[in-house]
Design a protein around this ligand. Structure first.
Ligand code: FES
Length: 121
């Protein structure tokens, strides 16, 4: 296992991301609510830069007991990121594809040593 320096934790602001290259791999590292998440930057659809698009709160539909819709709402806890090529959406905390949770991006481990953040591959 190799470690790749990502950046200083003190400069990695919440909501920010970094893209690093390790050999032939490209990895996207997100900081969300103080936690780091690292995934392959190769989209499961057609290999686009999955980690380089928008980040957006998960949208969900509230239903009444009779299953009619109350409307669409943004989650206050769940964040997704969206591949900029064709819009595949991934769960920030798991890397799962929102439209098909059986598939997910490869996840990488993050190490923090003092103020330094590393990704392990
Ligand atoms: S390559 Fe990512 S959505 Fe198509």
């Amino acid at each position: 296992m190799a470690e790749q320096f990502v950046g200083k934790a003190s400069e990695f602001k919440d909501g920010a991301r970094q893209i690093v290259r390790m050999g032939s791999d490209e990895i996207g590292i997100f900081k969300h609510e103080g936690e780091y998440f690292a995934y392959s930057n190769y989209c499961l659809h057609q290999g686009g830069p999955a980690c380089e698009g928008l980040t957006i709160a998960r949208v969900f539909e509230k239903l009444r007991d009779d299953k009619t819709s109350v409307g669409l709402f943004f989650s206050e806890t769940d964040m997704n990121f969206v591949c900029p090529w064709h819009g595949y959406e991934y769960d920030m905390k798991t890397g799962e594809c929102i439209s098909d949770r059986k598939i997910k991006l490869k996840r990488y481990q993050i190490l923090q040593k003092g103020d330094e953040v590393y990704v392990v591959a």
